[in-house]
Every structure is written in C-alpha cells, then in structure tokens.
Design a protein. Sequence first.
Length: 268
Amino acid sequence: PIASFVAIAADRPATVNDGRFLALLVEPRSATARKLARDRIDRMGERDVVAILAMNGSKATTTDDRQIALEQIDDLATPVVGRRRVPETNIGALGFDGCFECGRVSTTGLFGPSGTGKPSTYTVNVLSQMDTLADQLKQVAHRRKSVVYIGPGSTLNLTERAIKDGDSGRWFDVVKHASRADVSVSVISIDGLTGKSYDGARMLADETGGDAIVDTNTFDAGMARLWQRAGHYYLLGYSPGGEKKKRHAIEVRVKRPDVDVHALKSRG
C-alpha cells in the first residue's frame, strides 16, 4: 500500500527536508576531481547540504554553508602523510582502523596487479567508503540522498574472478545499504574518454537510481542531469507486506510514454 507521495523541488524548498543532500567522495590529487566537486558546491541553494570526504584521509566536513564547503575543497589540494588513519565525520564514524595507501590503482577491477588475487587497495577503499556512507545516511530521513564518487571510474569494475573467488560482497553491500537508506550512488569518472569498461560504475548507478558520467571528456550535460535529479523527484513511501526485513524488488512504472524512470530497484 502507498503511504505517501510527495513532489520535491529543491530549488523552491518548502521545508528543510526538501534540499539536496550530497556526500562527495573526492580523489584529492586530481585537479579535475576538485574542480568538478567545486562546480557542485557553487550550485548550492539555501536548503542544500554537502558532505565532503577525500580518498587520502583528509578532514571531513558536512555543511550547508557554501563558503565552508569551498574552503574544504581547497584544503584537499594540501598533501597529507601517506600513512594516516581515516578521520571521523560528523555524519558518523567511518569505522576504519587501517591506513590508506592511495595510488595503488589496478586496471583489473577488484584485484591487484600481477595476478596476485589480492584486492586492489584503492578499489576496496572506494567501495568500503561508499558502503559506510550509504549506511550512515540512514540517519538523514525524509529526502533523497546521493553519494557521488569523483575519481577514476574504471577501478569500480567487478571482475569475473572477484565473483568466482567470493569477493563480490563489497560491491553488493554498497547496493544493499544504499537501498535501505534511500541513497543513490553516482560516479563521475575523471579518466576521460578511454574506451575502457565502466560496467561497475554503471551497475552501481543503475541499481540505486544514480548517474554514471563515464568514458567522456565533457562533463557539463551529465553534471547538470545529476544535479537536477538530486533536487527534483517524487518521494514515494509504501508499506511492505510480510517480513519487513526481507529483501524485495521494487518496480516503478508510469503511464506517460517516453519517460525514463530512475529509482531504487530493491529494498531490505
């Protein structure tokens, strides 16, 4: 049964809950990634909130103040010590007890180079932070939330070997926790036009109702689309039948022709 149905327009927010909520996970060593993050912040409205986290363990900030957010992006350009504990955020503790080893990016998806069978540190880091952020965002109620990763997108591919060896759980945990928290996951790849596979990024976006801006040297159209979807949507609430903790599929259909629906595909 449908419990609620509300049209949200973040550019004309009726309540504090109608603004956008974006958690930006940024590769700080990339000037392109920092610029794209800054472009998102420049668009912030009076009810919009951004959380900014860096892949290298820089201090995290959650704010509705555009100037504070811009200063945080500028701070990302400052190098940090290579072995550093992940900071806590004011969304909640990230929960890591290890250190980052930024830069060990493998082209083989979840697995590192030389056929070691070891997970790529960078890829595991990205997926783990996405997963933890999505889980934490359950605390933010009554609005759509977006986790936006800005970095090398090809590292998110889920390889056949990862599936065979049972290491695919990290990827599916992101989808599971995103679905429980009403979070969309979007990927903005800074790789440029490469012709590589970006199946992992596209699948994360498709399953959670997000966007995958990948394999391109032009970002304007994709970034405008991402911002529009983060702030203009229908919030549909329902009462699931049977056991509420059981995972179940969601299918949203509309009668209007030629309309693309972007929504969570599962819950529970």
